[in-house]
Design a binder for this molecule. Structure first.
Ligand SMILES: [Zn+2]
Length: 739
């Protein structure tokens, strides 16, 4: 065999070397791919378990959870970067162990002996020291290790759930635990979608068994979880939480309050809240200061038990999880069923006397009122129990139960929130005697959830379509691709179009001068029904749930609002007095936010809004004359002859009869303090405001006898320019209980 030239030999050697090296690389790649396959797919659970045992150096790179956004783009749940500190004791020298344990224990606020024990496990290469610390702490660990030339301490980037809006929307969002897993609310319900796929860092050491701690052989990036876009509108949620919180404080509501706003045509939840709730950033901290103080006063096991109870209570989403007797709000169900079945016609009349005898049991109306002869609309307006007993009798127990079931009141609505009871409490037709039918017909004896109530009422006013209530509108992946879009789903057609429209006008009658008159909103047509429920399982026999369901605009409802105050301690316990004004305020703010134009009656026009003309550069007398043309007054400041500035500015609107401040000469803007108005009637409030140089925008029914101020939009004591307008809702606290 001829000898190859040296160069060729070298070449051959090089080729062989390259071949071997290439094979080696391929093998390495194969091993890594194989290892990844084993880690990620085949032995996922085994490695998850093993990683939890801290034996592996292969590090999981945690995936951020998907975000939760409101319909209008407000970020409700996001992620903050944080760091997890781990140690690999085998990479430390023996002399470093004790000082490292002391320093790390101090920086990480850990027990030193425990850290020393961990670091003394000289064979281990992965000990978890502290999860999810902030940047400052991670930096302190890093610089101590650098200064002292200590290796083997790993600072790994991690993410933690963060709720930028604090306690806003807490009861629907829920929260996560220390492992970033959903524990309540949407975080729990959508945990799988929200949880991303963790990434992985594989060290060469683990692939090959050699000690190459700083060389990464493979990196699989984490994939962020899916983003949820809700049907919740952050503005409407804000209105709901604001007025609900006010009502809880004002009426000393002991067992929390519930509010839901639903879009009646689609079943989409626009806002949902239980107050008081909690801050999902610190879900274990008791939000209610009184309850927190009670818990803190205890010690040992008593404290632990009380703390757990208080936490469970504040986490509970009453809107979805609590069964209650809907009381007279239920008359809407009985009424629409009887009309739809043809059991009664709107013109049929019913007599209400001293009492009605049903199979030996006597039933009265609330406060022993005798309503006399009424048609269906008037019976609903008066919330007359005796009439509704008769309406129930005409309907009969079989049909009563058929509609009860058709309205979705037997089982869960299937809303995409956790902890909804599978079954409500009710009488089937077989178990229902004449007395049960009577009490069920006016709203006692059945227990259902607030979400069932508002879903059924939406059906009554939307033409009879029972819609699937839902709170997530869309699920998108980390790249923003839509994975799922949730369309409105009709579950059942329950009543006909005509019954629905008759119900809308009857509900409007309840608000126009009936037991729901505190839900009146000038310029908008509002319908509704009040309810005052007994709590038969409560120790306090006076305990009530004051509720109101409102719909608007009544001629073609767009939204339904349910407010329920559980155990108010106030001048009254009735839904008409306590819950109706809260619903009215939310309806007013929501329709105004939607830009629904107001239509005023001639009486309303008298006090209606008027626009502010420009009067600067006019002489003071001419300015006042110009204002008078728009039904406004002017108050001159300074001793000049020409108006140099005005407040409010031209183009704004004011209630007729308001007074502007006109500045002349070198007079500068006058400020004033907003007085407290709660409990005053409209004339008193107007006078108090006028003496402070302020105007009144009265809402509700200010000019009826007995109505007094409830909410005001500017906080008492705050400083505002003179000439400003304070918006105040007036209501009638003497509205009769209708339980
Ligand atoms: Zn009656």
């Amino acid at each position: 065999m001829a000898k190859l030239p040296q160069a060729a030999q070298n070449n051959g050697m090089r080729i062989r070397t390259r071949l071997v090296a290439g094979l080696f690389v391929l093998l390495l790649a194969g091993v890594i791919v194989g290892r990844l396959y084993v880690l990620q797919i085949r032995d996922r659970d085994f490695y998850a378990w093993k990683a939890a045992g801290q034996q592996l150096r292969d590090s999981v790179v945690p995936a951020p959870r998907g975000q939760i956004l409101s319909a209008d783009g407000c970020v409700l749940a996001a992620n903050a970067t944080c760091w997890t500190i781990r140690a690999s004791p085998r990479e430390m020298t023996d002399e470093q162990v004790a000082p490292a344990a002391a320093a790390l224990a101090q920086i990480l606020e850990l027990d030193e002996s425990r850290v020393l024990e961990q670091l003394s496990d000289r064979h281990s290469n992965d000990k978890l020291l502290r999860r999810r610390v902030d940047k400052e702490t991670a930096d302190a660990v890093r610089s101590w290790c650098a200064e002292n030339e200590v290796g083997g301490v790993l600072i790994l980037q991690d993410t933690k759930r963060y709720y930028p809006e604090g306690d806003f929307a807490a009861s629907l969002l829920g929260f996560t635990n220390v492992d970033n897993a959903g524990m309540a609310g949407l975080e729990l319900k959508y945990n799988t979608a929200l949880t991303g796929q963790n990434g992985l860092v594989l060290t060469a050491k683990n692939a090959w068994g050699y000690d190459m701690p700083t060389h990464y052989a493979a990196y699989v990036p984490p994939v962020q979880g899916d983003t949820l876009t809700l049907t919740i509108d952050s503005n409407i949620q804000h209105y709901l939480e604001k007025y609900l919180t006010f009502a809880v404080q004002e009426h000393h509501v002991a067992a929390r309050a519930v509010g839901i706003v639903m879009e009646v045509d689609t079943g989409a939840i626009l806002a949902i809240s239980t107050k008081p709730d909690y801050d999902p950033n610190q879900p274990r901290v008791i939000q209610d200061p009184q309850i927190r103080a009670q818990v803190d006063a205890l010690t040992g096991e008593d404290r632990t038990a009380a703390l757990q109870l208080a936490q469970q209570t504040q986490w509970r989403n009453k809107a979805v999880s609590d069964l209650y007797e809907p009381g007279s709000v239920f008359k809407l169900i009985t009424c629409s069923a009887a009309l739809d079945a043809g059991a009664v016609a709107p013109g049929d009349t019913f007599y209400c006397g001293e009492s009605i005898n049903v199979a030996g049991t006597r039933f009265h109306c609330a406060n022993r009122r005798r309503h006399g002869t009424q048609d269906v609309a008037l019976a609903l307006k008066n919330s007359c129990n005796q009439s509704f007993i008769q309406i129930g009798q005409r309907l009969g127990k079989e049909r009563f139960f058929q509609y009860f079931e058709a309205f979705g009141l037997c089982g869960a609505t299937g809303i995409d929130l956790p902890a909804e009871p599978k079954k409500s409490e009710y009488y089937t037709a077989e178990r229902m005697g004449p007395v049960e039918l009577a009490s069920c017909a006016f709203g006692q004896s059945s227990k259902i959830t607030p979400i069932q109530v508002i879903t059924a009422v939406s059906c009554i006013v939307n033409g009879g379509h029972l819609m699937q209530p839902h709170i997530v509108a869309q699920i998108t992946d980390a790249q923003g691709h839509i994975k799922q879009k949730i369309e409105p789903t009709e579950k059942k057609r329950v009543i006909g179009e005509e019954t629905s429209s008759v119900m809308c006008s009857m509900m409007e009658g309840v608000v126009n001068g009936g037991s729901g008159k505190n839900a009146y909103v000038a310029g908008y047509r509002v319908g509704g029904k009040t309810g005052t429920s007994q709590k038969l399982d409560s120790e306090d026999e006076k305990a009530r749930i004051a509720s109101f369901v409102g719909v608007a605009p009544a001629d073609n409802p767009r939204i339904a609002v349910l407010i329920a105050l559980d155990e108010p301690h106030s001048f009254a316990t009735g839904g008409g007095a306590l819950a109706a004004p809260v619903a009215a305020q939310i309806i007013e703010d929501t329709l105004s936010y939607y830009g629904v134009p107001r239509q005023y009656t001639p009486e309303e026009q008298e006090t209606m809004e008027t626009s502010v003309p420009k009067v600067t550069e006019l002489g003071t007398q001419a300015a006042i004359e110009r204002l008078a043309q728009n039904g406004l007054g002017g108050k001159v400041q300074g001793n000049g002859d020409v108006v140099t500035a005005q407040f409010p500015q031209p183009g704004e609107t004011l209630p007729r009869g308001s007074t502007l401040l006109l500045y002349t000469g070198d007079a500068s803007q006058c400020l004033t303090q907003v007085p407290a108005l709660a409990g005053q009637n409209a004339a008193e409030a107007r006078a108090v405001l006028a003496s402070a140089g302020l105007n009144l925008r009265a809402e509700g029914a200010p000019d009826q006898p007995d109505t007094v101020a409830l909410f005001q939009n500017l906080e008492p004591g705050c400083t505002v320019p003179m000439g400003s307008t304070v918006k105040v809702r007036f209501y009638d606290p003497t509205v009769v209980d209708d339980e």
